[in-house]
Write a new protein. Structure first.
Lengths: 246, 57
């Protein structure tokens, strides 16, 4: 029964219909979380005693940086599942994650730069945290470019999975970079073992935005995956039928 | 806090609103692109299917 469940879930046709029903709910949840996060983050939370209002960039910057690493791990894991068990849907999820992950990495880098200018006095420094995050962006772009460079989608998915898995080594480097090396970037305030050194009035919007980004990723990756499924299954009966009834 | 103060962001308006604006653009683009891609794909597939039927009959 368990096996049956997974096979049914992994069938492209079933995935296409179930994801179509999930997307509106996930998108609604995302919008509600965003509204709450923005209200608490931009309006309710007090200015920081050192950084004034500039710290509000954190509510975009930190969740985007978390997502950039989270999505990378999801992408590599999905790639590995596709590689080992030859599950097409895992391949689809891996490649569909790359674009969203690259977007979040870009946002983390750019908002960090914009935050760095007034606080550090510079847009960019070649320190460990910033450089390893930039390498993450190149890894994402490499995955996308490699996938598009190979015509056969299944071969492309295998190549991409290997590249993604090799790149996983960068993830702990990003996370621990602020502890291993002296850097301009501040250390972790939330993801550490003792109590988070952030006031509740700032932690609440941060977590709301983080969940909003999670929901955002969930529904956007499904939207992309549905396109990928249509493309790959374009010669099957159910896709033709679907296209002609639209 | 009045509206002016809110938009002024304690003097950091440029930095804060540029960040939030960029985030909005990137997040919206990631929603709009797959929507348009899906529409185009379904159109292409339907056209190809019609062409294939015409050629066989």
């Amino acid at each position: 029964m368990f096996n049956n469940f997974f096979h049914k879930m992994a069938s492209p046709k079933y995935f296409y219909s179930i994801s179509g029903r999930l997307i509106p709910w996930l998108a609604t949840g995302c919008v509600l979380l965003f509204l709450a996060g923005l209200y608490y983050g931009l309006y309710k939370a007090p200015p920081d005693y050192q950084q004034g209002d500039s710290y509000r960039i954190m509510f975009i910057h930190v969740p985007a940086a978390w997502m950039s690493m989270f999505i990378y791990v999801v992408m590599a894991a999905a790639g590995a599942i596709g590689l080992i068990w030859h599950i097409k849907l895992a391949e689809v999820m891996a490649i569909s994650s790359a674009g969203v992950g690259a977007s979040f990495t870009f946002l983390a880098l750019v908002t960090g730069s914009i935050w760095g200018k007034p606080m550090w006095g510079t847009w960019w420094v070649w320190d460990a945290r910033l450089t390893s995050e930039l390498i993450l962006l190149f890894l994402y772009l490499g995955v996308i470019a490699l996938y598009n460079a190979i015509d056969d989608k299944r071969t492309a998915a295998r190549a991409v999975a290997i590249l993604a898995l090799v790149g996983v080594v960068n993830i702990p480097i990003i996370h621990y970079s602020v502890e291993w090396w002296n850097t301009l970037h501040q250390g972790p305030t939330v993801t550490k073992f003792d109590k988070p050194s952030i006031h509740l009035s700032m932690l609440i919007p941060l977590l709301l935005m983080a969940f909003a980004f999670k929901f955002y990723y969930a529904f956007v990756v499904l939207m992309r995956a549905r396109c990928e499924v249509l493309e790959r299954e374009r010669n099957t009966g159910w896709v033709r039928e679907l296209a002609e009834t639209k | 806090m009045n509206l002016n103060e809110f938009f002024h962001m304690g003097g950091y308006a440029f930095y804060v609103w540029t960040s939030y604006g960029l985030a909005l653009i990137v997040l919206l683009a990631n929603v709009i692109l797959p929507l348009r891609q899906r529409k185009k794909l379904l159109g292409d597939i339907a056209r190809a299917a019609r062409r294939a039927r015409r050629n066989t009959t």
